[in-house]
Design a binder for this molecule. Structure first.
Ligand code: G3P
Length: 217
């Protein structure tokens, strides 16, 4: 399973990258605005900086247009920023049409705001490289996000779809483990959840004892 970080914060991206386990980055308009990035030039420079930090990784950059023509124009501009850019497109009617156009024209996409297996089938049919089910937001609304990952994984496996399941809206380290178990190809998580995988009190206690005993050697 690949690890992406779900942030536009360069320090956090650098920290995850330095850990040696980072395969890519996902951003969205909310995450970009949190970094205070304003204006087209600054947005482009920020995406370039992310691509240069995570060399070779897939970097999702989201369109904000909602009509076919607008999505195509915006997506082409985003894809032209850097070869690592994946155009993130919302799961709406014009989004599906646009993803098919991008697929036919060699531009890779990540279908975002996915909350059902039906939407995931459409994304695969449109040739999206990634489909992003929002696990945490599903859990927040009292449905089971992990169950959706299992369902999509089963459908994609039966029908041989090559679209990769990118579990998004991750809230915890446990979510990451459950997504791995459920068959996600990629998980995109905040830094805190990735670092949460490190934690176990018995590791800390065991290390303290080893270090204490090492003094006797
Ligand atoms: O990037 C999309 C997704 O991961 C957003 O997560 O925490 O806003 O539900 P969240």
């Amino acid at each position: 399973m690949k690890f992406f970080i779900d942030t536009a914060n360069l320090d956090q991206i650098r920290e995850a990258h330095d850990l040696g386990v980072l395969d890519g980055v996902t951003t969205n308009p909310t995450l970009m605005s949190k970094e205070g990035i304003k204006g087209q030039d600054k947005i482009v420079a920020h995406y370039k900086a992310i691509c240069e930090l995570v060399k070779g990784g897939d970097i999702s950059a989201e369109v904000v247009s909602t009509d076919f023509k607008g999505i195509i124009e915006e997506g082409k501009k985003l894809a032209a920023i850097h070869p690592q850019i994946i155009v993130k497109v919302p799961m709406i009617k014009d989004g599906v049409k646009a993803m098919k156009w991008f697929t036919d024209n060699g531009i890779k996409t990540n279908c975002t705001l996915v909350f059902s297996a039906g939407q995931a089938i459409l994304a695969a049919k449109a040739g999206a490289k990634y489909v992003s089910p929002f696990i945490g937001r599903i859990d927040d609304s009292c449905w089971d996000g992990i169950q959706l990952i299992e369902q999509i994984a089963q459908i994609y496996s039966i029908h041989g779809y090559s679209t990769q399941i990118l579990a998004a809206s991750i809230r915890s380290a446990l979510h990451i483990v459950k997504c791995a178990e459920a068959g996600a190809d990629v998980v995109t998580a905040p830094l805190e959840s990735i670092l949460g995988l490190l934690k176990h009190p018995l590791t800390d206690l065991g290390l303290a004892k080893f270090l204490e005993d090492a003094k006797k050697l």
